[in-house]
Design a protein around this ligand. Structure first.
Ligand code: 13P
Length: 268
């Protein structure tokens, strides 16, 4: 939808990259509750709030159609996002949803390889790579999640884990596609724990991700990729995390289920 003059989405003048703030609702809210939350968020935000960052909302799959219709009918400036998809185009895969089904709902961003999917549903790096390719093949943008566990961090393996996850996910893809990717650095020890990484932790995660991309594709691609921070972001921590070097946005879990809290994060 056309923004009022002066309220268009602006890139970060320091980096030239467009910020992205995403709400990952996880397995919360049925489609009726979802409509209420999006309406409430819409009423909380002013035109000026949309100029700083693009906002994507990632409801559960059963809510997508309702939220798509709401966003489009009221011309809300939210991008529709999904939390997952399967990599095959169609077939006997009971319970799964394909990338093309999401694309048909005008989904723009798809979270891929969230730590909960890796840990609870056994998603391997190989599966994550296939899903990334499937999302790209439908002209959507993946939000690739990477992050280390507390144990890996304490063993001093953060660099290896982050760089390895990035490499395994993207290395079969051409650089021009990779440059459009969003990568969320989500330290697992900070997800749903109330424990927030410091802005320095967020910056060093973003730096490791870009170092690996530079090795694989060169600086042009590495500097085009947007890196979000995710993990117990609140209205109080959002501003300093957004200021962290190399951080282009946030992937918010719990706080995105509260319209007031999410609006305050967007305004941060
Ligand atoms: P919380 O913000 O609830 O810690 O969740 C973070 C997350 O996993 C976002 O994808």
């Amino acid at each position: 939808m056309a923004a009022k003059k002066g309220h268009e989405l602006r890139p970060n003048p320091r980096t030239g990259r467009y910020r992205l703030i995403s709400g990952n609702w996880k397995m919360n809210l049925n489609h009726l509750e979802a409509i209420q939350l999006v309406q409430k968020l819409y009423f909380e935000l002013r035109d000026v709030d949309y100029g700083f960052a693009e906002i994507s909302l990632h409801p559960p799959a059963t809510d997508l159609r309702s939220i798509q219709l709401l966003i489009e009918s009221d011309r809300m400036r939210f991008s529709l996002g999904a939390q997952n998809c399967y990599y095959e185009a169609s077939g006997a895969y009971t319970g799964e949803v394909s990338a093309s089904m999401l694309a048909k709902l005008n989904v723009r961003y798809v979270i891929v390889g969230h730590s909960e999917r890796r840990r609870i549903f056994g998603e391997t790096d190989e599966v994550v790579a296939k899903k990334l390719a499937a999302v790209f093949s439908e002209q959507m943008t993946p939000i690739l999640c990477v992050g280390e566990t507390l144990e890996q961090r304490e063993e001093g393996r953060t660099d290896d884990v982050l760089m390895g996850q990035v490499r395994a996910a993207v290395s079969e893809l051409p650089g021009d596609l990779v440059s459009t990717l969003v990568i969320a650095y989500e330290p697992i020890w900070a997800i749903g724990t109330g424990r927030v990484a410091t802005p320095d932790d967020a910056a060093s995660g973003a730096q490791l991700i870009r170092e690996e991309l530079t090795t694989l594709y060169g600086e042009g691609v590495a500097n085009a990729v947007r890196v979000q921070y995710g993990g117990s972001v609140t209205p109080i921590t959002a501003a300093e995390l957004l200021e962290a070097e190399g951080v282009d946005g946030l992937l918010v879990g719990g706080a995105s289920l509260d319209a007031d809290a999410f609006a305050r994060i967007i305004r941060a």
